[in-house]
Structure formats: C-alpha cells, structure tokens
Design a binder for this molecule. Structure first.
Ligand code: ADP
Ligand code: MG
Length: 243
C-alpha cells in the first residue's frame, strides 16, 4: 500500500515556543492512525500543519505524493485533499443543515445546486441525520451537529479525513453515535488521522497509535503495543491517567 500522508521532520514554533520538534509519521491509504497524548503536547498543531491551517517552519507534509509545503503548491487546492472535523463542530449557525453541507461544495468546488444537494443528502443520510436537512444547527444535539460536520467534510471528496478530538465536546451519551460513524468510515476504507482520548476506539479501530508528548512522537505502533504494552515511561504515565 502507498503512503497517503507522509510527515517528514516537521517543525513548528509559535515565537519562542517550539511546539513540534521533528515529527515523522506516515499513514498508508485506508489506514486509521490515532494520535494520543497529554494536553499541550502538539496534537492539534500537528493536524493543523497537515492541512496547512498552520504553516510549518520546517519539514514536509506529503499527501498522495504532493508536497503541500512546497512553495509552488496551490495551498487552497492542496487543502481540499483533506477534510477536517473539529472538537467544536464549527457549523454556520445562520444556515440550515443542508446549506452548511452545500456551501463549500458550491463556492469552492463550483458544483451546481442540484448536484451539491444530492451529494449533501447522500452524506447526511450516511451519517444518520438525513431527516435534519431543513433544521438549523441550534435545533440539533451535539452528536447530530458533529455528524453534520462529518457529512460536510465528506461532501468535499477528501482523500484524507482529519479529526481533532471530535467527541471531546459531547455529553457522554452522545459520544457513541459519532464514534459509530467514524468506525463506519474506517470500515469503508477512508484514510483517517484521529486525535482522540477514546482509548477503546483507538484499540478497536486504529491500525497505528502515535503517542505524542512535548512536541515529539514518543512511540508509535499497533494499539496492542502502544496502549497495551507501552515501552516508555511517559506513555505509561499518560495511560495510567486516562485509562
Ligand atoms: P494539544 O492539541 O496536544 O493539546 P496544541 O497543539 O493545541 O496541543 O498546543 C501545543 C502548544 O502550542 C501549547 O503550548 C499551545 O499553547 C501552543 N499553541 C498552539 N497554538 C498556538 C498559537 N496559535 N499561538 C501560540 N501558541 C500556540
Ligand atoms: Mg488539541
């Protein structure tokens, strides 16, 4: 299998603060990678560098053979390869669910209304909120809103989906419905990078788990290894706190 994403010696600083200190990782097509680690370890910054919401200071992000950090790359086109789902859903409150899922398809991809709505409805159906197309975000539960956000990202035909703690803002009883949708995507072969504190999800779904601390990848490997039999003291300490 080929690498969908290759992260090579990635560095990112904010002023004096070094947040990523040389990250190396790769994701094969169809794989699910879960990124775990304490708050402040650089997990969100890593995802944000992967889709160029942050500009890395050094290193490369290569998505399906295209180096997104190359100065000649069209950043908007490059970013379209990657779908992103945030902890905070980020739906437009003044737009209906359907409009939330069609607006970027129309403005960014130039799809016509009928085509965009067809794709939106298919994806809303797929994540189990097909009947909410005419509702507004505030009328939905957090779990429903996050599933709409996933449908919105999917409607842009991403090559890779990035999830940044997609269930952390949800009431506990709503976490499962979002994880179920993510599991379904994984089963369908979507390539995914998932920052999560859901260790059970990581154990069951991840092909590989990456433990980050202090701007480094401290260890990476199958979940059975990194979560089941961690080698490093920092990983053990972290897992004792979250498990
Ligand atoms: P995590 O997602 O693992 O909790 P983050 O990547 O959000 O960690 O943050 C890592 C460090 O980078 C933190 O110390 C955070 O305060 C800092 N940081 C993140 N984004 C910015 C920013 N835009 N400007 C300055 N510092 C930032
Ligand atoms: Mg974060």
């Amino acid at each position: 299998m080929s690498n969908a994403v290759e992260i090579v010696d990635l560095h990112k600083s904010f002023g004096e603060l070094q947040v990523l200190k040389g990250i190396n990782a790769s994701v094969k097509t169809g794989e699910v990678i879960c990124i775990i680690g304490p708050s402040g370890s650089g997990k969100s910054t890593l995802l944000r560098c992967v889709n160029l919401l942050e500009q890395p200071n050094a290193g490369q992000v290569i998505v399906n053979g295209v180096d997104l950090t190359h100065r000649d790359v069209d950043i908007d086109a490059a970013r379209r390869r990657l779908g992103m789902v945030f902890q905070s859903f980020n739906l437009f409150p003044h737009l209906s669910v359907l409009d939330n899922v069609t607006i970027s398809q129309r403005k960014v991809l130039g799809r016509g209304r009928a085509e965009a709505e067809k794709i939106a409805r298919d994806n809303l159906e797929k994540v189990g909120v097909g009947e909410k197309a005419r509702a507004f975000p505030a009328q939905l539960s957090g779990g429903q809103q996050q599933r709409v956000a996933i449908a919105r990202a999917l409607s842009m035909d991403p090559q890779v989906m990035l999830f940044d703690e997609p269930t952390s803002a949800l009431d506990p009883e709503l976490v499962g419905e979002v994880l179920t949708v993510m599991r379904q995507l994984a089963d369908e072969g979507m390539t995914m990078l998932v920052v999560t504190h859901e260790m059970q999800f990581a154990k069951e779904v991840a092909d590989k788990v990456l433990f980050m601390d202090g701007g480094y990848v401290v260890e990476q490997g199958p979940a059975s290894q990194v979560i089941g039999a961690p080698q490093h003291e920092r990983t053990k300490t972290f897992l004792r706190r979250v498990l």
